[in-house]
Design a binder for this molecule. Structure first.
Ligand code: C2E
Ligand code: MG
Ligand code: MG
Ligand code: MG
Length: 287
């Protein structure tokens, strides 16, 4: 316990040191460098479509192997990037990479949907739609291949501006998804104000649904609510077959989690898709 205590102290010291340290100053430069040299890259986590028994999409999740600090958790460095004023560049970099991957996956034959995460700090920015349009026009892409995930966080942002931006993105053809549904401050408000296409049930409910009757009922009702509004439901954080089967029985549309696959490189995603993309029944005998 003494070791634990001192361990925590070292951790705290380290956290304080990092918060004020020179690396903060070079963070901006290191993010730019990472986007160029491959230290920053996208991992893809497969999504399983129950109705078709196949992998029908993936979520692009950013990764950073910093040469100085080693791997840095995405939610941590997204926060740092937001503070350093680098979230725009990072987001548009993600968008371009995800578009290329989505095009490559769709070229394999069947429809494949790619999801990207949009930072809460960017969602109400006036430049969001013009910058995104610029990429779309320059690349000549089909926006329908991409799903944009927005999280309802506790952070304060200009809600009318955010809704206006999201409507414009939807008009361009992007699908909209409400991420981490059920954990935000105003998930139901989002559902009421935003014509989203999809709702992602947070892992908190999903991971407890096989052991907690209350959580299972929340999941079940949320699926019905989403369907009543014409939306699809993705369950995230599925780690075992029991949860997977239960969600299928409750009418959930899409499944994401370690049980289906961990975030992996594009090559791994492609190989996985090719090996059981078209007859998943072999891999998931319970389907
Ligand atoms: P998220 O969008 O809710 O992503 C899901 C997170 O849950 C991912 O963590 C994923 O690896 C993890 N996960 C998936 N399946 C399971 C499971 O079965 N069990 C458990 N325990 N975890 C699972 P990750 O990759 O660390 O990302 C964390 C968060 O960072 C994301 O949450 C998202 O909010 C943010 N993020 C990641 N990439 C980007 C990005 O490109 N842009 C922005 N703005 N945010 C991003
Ligand atoms: Mg997400
Ligand atoms: Mg999520
Ligand atoms: Mg999250």
């Amino acid at each position: 316990s003494e070791a634990l205590k001192s361990g925590r102290t070292i951790e705290q010291f380290e956290a304080n040191r990092l918060a004020n340290a020179p690396w903060e100053l070079s963070l901006l430069a290191r993010i730019d460098e990472g986007m160029r040299n491959g230290d920053i890259w996208l991992a893809y986590q497969p999504q399983w479509e129950f109705a078709e028994s196949r992998i029908s999409g993936a979520e692009a999740l950013i990764r950073w192997n910093d040469p100085v600090r080693g791997p840095i958790r995405p939610d941590e460095f997204i926060l740092q990037a937001e503070r350093a004023g680098r979230i725009d560049a990072l987001t548009y970099w993600v968008l371009e990479q995800a578009i290329s991957s989505a095009e490559a996956m769709n070229a394999l034959g069947s429809r494949f949907q790619m999801s990207v995460n949009l930072s809460a700090q960017l969602v109400d920015k006036p430049s969001l739609v013009s910058a995104t349009s610029e990429i779309v026009l320059r690349r000549g892409i089909d926006c329908r291949l991409l799903t944009i995930e927005v999280t309802e966080t506790a952070s304060v942002y200009n809600r009318p501006a955010a809704i206006k931006n999201l409507l414009a993105l939807k008009a361009m053809g992007f699908r909209l998804s409400i991420d981490d549904f059920g954990t935000g401050e105003a998930s139901l408000c989002y559902l009421a104000d935003l014509p989203s296409d999809e709702l992602k049930l947070d892992r908190r409910f999903v991971s407890r649904m096989t052991t907690s009757d209350r959580d299972c009922k929340i999941v079940h009702s949320t699926i019905n609510l989403a369907h009543a509004l014409g939306q699809q439901v993705v369950a995230e954080g599925i780690e075992d077959i029991t949860t997977f089967d239960m969600l299928r029985r409750l009418g959930c549309d899409l499944a994401q989690g370690y049980y289906i696959g961990r975030p992996e490189t594009f090559e791994q995603l492609r190989a996985r898709y090719l090996s059981f993309g078209r007859d998943g029944v072999k891999s998931f005998t319970s389907c």
